[in-house]
Design a protein around this ligand. Structure first.
Ligand SMILES: C[S@@+](CC[C@H](N)C(=O)[O-])C[C@H]1O[C@@H](n2cnc3c(N)ncnc32)[C@H](O)[C@@H]1O
Length: 346
């Protein structure tokens, strides 16, 4: 076990390959050795693990890269461990660019015990924003257990369209739009367990890494009996034929989905196509309050109202970006979270 006090660790305190440690323990240990980035957090403090004495570290990392890791469940998990070990080695070789990395996220549960998710983030490029995990998805993933515990006033379905949720034999159907690395959708799936089927979606370039991240978390998803699928869903394309009532979703999740003038229309149109007309249908969103995108947020509110959706609960909270400013401080990011339902039904 790795202690979390400030005493520098010896390399022998880390999980040793000959003990066949779990993938999660290895990735946690390798995350501890990362030189950058800082972790997301809700305080401005740089969150750092205990220092690790450098003696023997290169040999430790090489022992992981050289091991076939045959006791780990999936090839994806093995590759994530090898990638993380290789990244730690390359950081120590003074490589300027940050390599692809696997990162650990803790998701609070209602029992008080956190779930751990491992997400692979390939090197990011300007047109592949979904390769990185963004601060509003971190904040939303941490409030999901609260949403589930005290759901907004859920009312029984009306006669027009039965919702899956009101039928106890059916799983709740949830859709995430613009999942990126999948933090929100995977957290929701693990928290819901067998009571929900969660569909994670994004653009074609992003979905392979998203599917990879589902496979990376097979241990947690199996333990929690979660059902997760992934596919391409492009908001700019209207599906033909339109989905039937049974194909629509009870919950739609979206984190950080607005950063182009076209996004408010595309996003709201997509919600209109895919959201169930049931009384308890919900849209759950969180996004940074970036000044440059104020017009897009205003347009989003207007379009949601025109569609017939109204906010049931909303609020603001501050997170800290994982990349520090030039001065080395954490960058505070104010975010807006909101839960929406059909206005004539709430
Ligand atoms: C800023 S990233 C947020 C990713 C993730 N939700 C998070 O918060 O970490 C925006 C995401 O929206 C996706 N996206 C952008 N335009 C899209 C479109 N037209 N259809 C589907 N997804 C889109 C991007 O690929 C990217 O994954």
């Amino acid at each position: 076990m790795i202690s979390t006090n400030d005493e520098p660790l010896h390399v022998l305190d880390l999980p040793q390959i000959y003990t066949k440690p779990s993938g999660t323990d290895l990735i946690k240990a390798l995350a501890l050795l990362a030189l950058k980035p800082r972790t997301f957090g809700t305080t401005a403090d740089v969150v750092k693990g205990p220092a690790v004495q450098p003696a023997g570290l290169t040999r430790y990392l090489t022992s992981i890269i050289a091991s076939p890791l045959l006791w780990l469940d999936t090839e994806e998990l093995r590759e994530a461990v090898w990638d993380a070990a290789a990244a730690r080695l390359s950081e120590r070789s003074g490589r300027a660019a940050m390599p692809a990395m696997s990162r650990i996220f803790s998701v609070p549960t209602s029992s008080g015990e956190d779930y751990t998710l491992t997400l692979h983030e390939p090197s990011i490029t300007a047109d592949n924003l979904g390769m990185k995990t963004w601060v509003s998805s971190y904040l939303l993933s941490r409030r999901l257990h609260g949403l589930l515990e005290s759901p907004p006033e859920l009312v029984p379905s009306g006669p027009t369209e039965p919702s899956a949720k009101s039928d106890t034999n059916k799983q709740l159907r949830a859709l995430e739009l613009g999942s990126g690395t999948g933090l929100v959708g995977l957290a929701f799936a693990a928290l819901q367990g067998k009571s929900a089927a969660v569909h994670l979606t994004d653009l074609p370039d992003i979905v392979p890494n998203l599917a990879h991240n589902v496979a990376l978390n097979v241990e947690l998803l199996t333990t929690t009996e979660a059902t997760v699928t992934t596919d391409v869903l492009d908001w700019s394309v209207t599906p033909t034929p339109l989905p039937s009532a049974l194909e629509r979703f009870d919950v739609i999740l979206a984190a950080d989905p607005l950063y182009s003038p076209k996004h408010p229309k595309w996003l709201v149109d997509t919600i209109g196509v895919w959201l169930s007309r049931g009384l308890d249908a919900r849209v759950v969103m969180e996004m940074p309050l970036r000044d440059a995108y104020l017009p897009q947020r205003q347009e989003l509110r207007r379009r949601m109202a025109e569609l017939g959706l109204a906010p049931i609960q909303e609020g603001e909270e501050t997170g800290y970006d994982d990349w520090e400013s030039a001065g080395g401080e954490a960058l505070a990011v104010k975010c807006w979270w909101s839960i929406w339902g059909w206005s004539e039904k709430i």
